[in-house]
Design a protein around this ligand. Structure first.
Ligand SMILES: Nc1ncnc2c1ncn2[C@@H]1O[C@H](COP(=O)(O)OP(=O)(O)O)[C@@H](O)[C@H]1O
Ligand SMILES: [Mg+2]
Length: 438
């Protein structure tokens, strides 16, 4: 046995040492496994937390981006995919403005200028938000930009959080509401006016029906006593030729009032009965002259006639056309005496003219009376429309009916303070036998 041979004790010692090392290794291995397990658990936890937070951001309908200090997207939520702007991976690193407008055609793009302004503000730690109509997306968007809080207090790195919301539906609803509320007022006004008009029409229709029923019979009944009074006044005037002026004056008043009552009765009668025409061949100028000879005109009014020569004849009911002319003259005189005095400076002038034009005979009554306000022009020919305290408003309604029954028309032009012109058109008489024989 030499020195190379280990003693038994030495071997035992080495073995014990080896055993100890093996045990230490085993313990280290257990420790490593435990640490690995704990680490795995921790990683799983972190992954879950990350996913939780990501899907929270992805669940938003808004587009949420984290943008770096150079304006490039670090991260976007899945709304980019819902808005067809690319996948979450693809948009990484893209400039924010280019994300929404890949090739922006607008050099003064409102989104771009908003972004620039917001950018400088955010750099100073301020937030900015605004509503923009995006001409490229054709949508209204609300953009909110705020500094990213970073990794902790005071550790910002110039990144920003951008939230974009599509507010098109809300904006459209707001606009519709605004437009509607603006129109509502108009609609209410319009409706009120319509209702007022309808009410007026109804009232007039009621009164007209009453006039129709009562007018004819009452008028007949009144005509007789009026006739008797008229005869009596005539008799008194003859008998009291030398009576004092006061008596004469009152007799004249009675006479004038009888004439007025008579006029109302004939208006009522013509209104109540159907317009039956007794047609005959007549000349317009004859009718005008007849009426003028029978209708007294006060001194404050001068009548000028311009009657066309060699006018073709009409087929008309002379009595009824004359009644229309009397109405025209009476109205004109009343319009002029209310605004004119006997003073020659502003004397009332009534011009009556006749002429032939395109198969019609035109008769014009032009006065320089008070004129008619625009708002009344449309109502003149309606029965019972009057502006006079003693008027009954049937003259023009009856006149229109008579003229239209003749196949003609009646129109009015007027200016307040200047005067009024009524234009009556009646068809020229056409000899059918001549036409048929030709
Ligand atoms: N020549 C006129 N100038 C001004 N106003 C007129 C004239 N003719 C008619 N009018 C207006 O038309 C209204 C209706 O006329 P009319 O039917 O003859 O009824 P009345 O004479 O009883 O009032 C008058 O009250 C008046 O306001
Ligand atoms: Mg009248």
């Amino acid at each position: 046995m030499g020195s190379e041979e280990k003693t038994k004790e030495q071997l035992t010692e080495e073995l014990a040492e080896l055993r100890q090392r093996v045990m230490a290794l085993e313990a280290a291995e257990i420790q490593r496994r435990q640490t690995e397990k704990a680490l795995k658990k921790l990683l799983e936890k972190i992954e879950r937390a990350k996913q939780e937070w990501e899907s929270t951001a992805d669940s938003l309908s808004e587009l949420v981006c984290l943008v770096d200090q150079h304006g490039r997207i670090i991260r976007a939520n899945r709304t980019v995919e819902a808005w067809n702007l690319g996948s979450v991976k693809q948009v990484k690193g893209r400039e924010f403005h280019k994300l929404l407008h890949p090739d922006c055609p607008d050099s003064s793009c409102p989104l771009d200028s908003f972004w620039r302004q917001a950018w400088s503000q955010v750099k100073q730690g301020q937030s900015m938000q605004g509503e923009i109509y995006d001409g490229v997306l054709k949508r209204y968007i609300q953009v909110r930009i705020r500094p990213w809080k970073g990794w902790g207090k005071g550790q910002t790195n110039g990144s920003t959080v951008v939230v974009v919301e599509d507010i098109t539906e809300r904006k459209r609803a707001e606009e519709a509401l605004k437009e509607y509320s603006e129109r509502l007022e108009e609609m209410v006004e319009e409706r009120t006016r319509q209702l007022q008009e309808a009410q007026e029409r109804l009232l007039r229709a009621e009164r007209l029906a009453t006039i129709g029923q009562l007018g004819a019979s009452v008028s007949h009944e009144l005509r007789n006593p009026l006739g008797v009074i008229k005869n009596s006044v005539y008799y008194l005037k003859m008998k009291l030729g030398n009576a004092d002026s006061k008596v004469k004056k009152h007799l004249n008043i009675i006479d004038n009032e009888i004439a007025r009552a008579d006029k109302i009765i004939s208006d009522l009668l013509s209104f109540a009965r159907d317009t039956k025409l007794a047609l005959e061949k007549v000349h317009i100028n004859t009718l005008v002259k007849n009426v003028l000879s029978r209708t007294p005109v006060p001194d404050t009014v001068s009548v000028i006639t311009r009657l066309g020569e060699d006018l073709p004849p009409l087929m008309a009911d002379p009595g009824q056309i004359e009644q229309v002319f009397i109405n025209m003259i009476t109205n004109a005189v009343q319009a002029m005496t209310s605004s004119h005095s006997a003073d020659a400076r502003d004397k009332g002038i009534l011009e009556i003219s006749t002429r032939a034009e395109d198969g019609f005979i035109i008769t014009e009554f032009k006065d320089n009376g008070c004129g008619i306000p625009k708002e009344n022009l449309g109502k003149l020919f309606e029965p019972l429309f009057t502006t006079k305290s003693k008027g009954i408003g049937l003259g023009l309604a009856v006149s229109k009916r008579i003229i239209e029954a003749h196949g003609g028309s009646i129109e009015v032009e007027s200016e307040v303070g200047k005067g009024t012109t009524f234009t009556i058109k009646l068809p020229v008489y056409v000899d059918r036998t001549v036409l048929g024989g030709a």
